[in-house]
Ligand binder design. Structure first.
Ligand code: FES
Ligand SMILES: [Fe+2]
Length: 387
């Protein structure tokens, strides 16, 4: 049997370590400080997040994205988004055998895991030519822009302006921009976040935006610590090249003036309406049902190249802090908070490896909380194959 060296045994501890053998990414760690090292494919079965970005506690490896936990044998022991326990396929496939010799850890070359899936929607997929894409803020006055790995001169192309942005469609678009009811409402105060960049594909950015199960794990420092880990059952309504979902959630609202005045409990109900339109138009409308505030987040992704996506976030506010039009400092605070939230997502995205959104259902493991993500994949698969 052929053995491949992957690490020095002394460097393997309870902190998961990313290594490769014959080009295959592996994660290696000790479940407890004195235990023998264990090794698995460096890929969470859920959303393919590298497990090496996770942490080990009490003998279990916890994935950094949605907190699924695996014991030293690879068995999945916790899926926090549901109280019914992990689904049968959630466990990690057995990793290659290992041996330790002369202070080095070796893995069996003929037992390496399969490579990452390749049926993906990448940022340079030709199907994306037939769509509207954001290419810059009107205030940026872009002349030449990057889309799907190519440069476009804005003046030469099919464009339109919407939400203070320039939109460009390289070929006849399959679908239009979605309607935004808040735009016509003069009661809303709007504010932009500075556009941001991420190395992951626009499909993954969209998936992340539609995902609520990651809040307690990725957004612990901003709002996630107070979030329920269990995601209440929700429905998704299919729309042409898109979908919509209305979810009622519990959350803590310590800044509500009604809470400060003792009129309402800090634990309140919130209605979250998600709207998605292919390929990368997203909206989240958050209505605080007890406090009366409404916050809308418009979120768009520009697939610039195989390794770069630009993210545009616009926020609309109404009734924040108990007044219809929030003042400039309230808006600035809300925008700064949202930037901090986005920063947490971006930080994790730098750890992701798969260069596109998987479109084959069996390449990931979907649980109840992932209904929106499943709809996204269906819509994009349909978009990709439409004639
Ligand atoms: S728990 Fe690992 S990707 Fe979701
Ligand atoms: Fe997030």
């Amino acid at each position: 049997m052929e053995w491949l060296p992957v690490a020095e045994a002394s460097q393997v501890g309870t902190r998961p370590l990313a290594v490769t053998a014959a080009g295959i990414p592996l994660v290696i760690f000790r479940p407890t400080p004195d235990a023998d090292p264990v090794v698995f494919a460096d890929r969470c079965p859920h959303r393919l997040m590298p497990l090496s970005a996770g942490t080990v506690e009490d003998g279990r490896l916890r994935c950094a994205y949605h907190g699924w936990e695996f014991d030293g044998s690879g068995a999945c022991v916790t899926v926090p988004s549901q109280d019914s326990g992990p689904p049968p396929r959630a466990s990690l496939p057995a990793g290659p055998h290992i041996k330790i010799k002369s202070g080095l850890v070796y893995v069996a070359a003929n037992e390496l895991p399969s490579p990452d899936p390749t049926e993906l929607l990448t940022n340079e997929d030709p199907a994306l030519l037939r769509a509207w894409h954001p290419v810059g803020l009107v205030s940026e006055n872009p002349e030449k822009v990057r889309l799907m790995g190519r440069d476009y001169v804005v003046a030469d192309e099919r464009t339109q302006e919407r939400w203070g942005m320039i939109w460009l469609a390289p070929e006849e678009p399959r679908t239009s921009l979605f309607e935004d009811p808040d735009l016509d409402d003069q009661n809303y105060v709007g504010a932009w976040l500075p556009p941001a960049r991420t190395p992951v594909s626009a499909g993954i950015v969209a998936d992340n935006f539609l995902d609520v199960a990651h809040f307690p794990f990725v957004h612990e420092k901003t709002f996630g610590a107070a979030e329920e880990t269990v995601v209440e059952k929700y429905d998704v309504i299919a729309e042409p090249y898109g979908c919509r979902s209305i979810q009622d959630q519990w959350f803590d609202n310590p800044e509500d003036p009604g809470v400060i005045a003792g009129l309402r409990p800090v634990r309140q109900r919130r209605r979250a309406t998600y709207v998605y339109r292919a390929p990368f138009q997203l909206m989240l409308r958050l209505e605080e049902l007890d406090a009366g505030a409404v916050k809308t987040i418009l979120f768009f992704a520009q697939p610039e190249s195989a390794t770069s996506t630009r993210i545009y976030t616009k926020m609309l506010f109404h009734g924040i802090g108990g007044v219809p039009d929030p003042s400039a400092d309230v808006v600035a605070r809300e925008v700064a908070f949202e930037e901090a939230v986005l920063e947490e997502d971006l930080e994790l995205q730098y750890r992701m490896r798969v260069p596109g959104l998987p479109l084959r259902m069996r390449d990931e493991l979907h649980v109840r909380a992932d209904l929106l993500g499943v709809s996204l994949r269906r819509v994009l698969a349909e978009f990709k194959t439409a004639g």
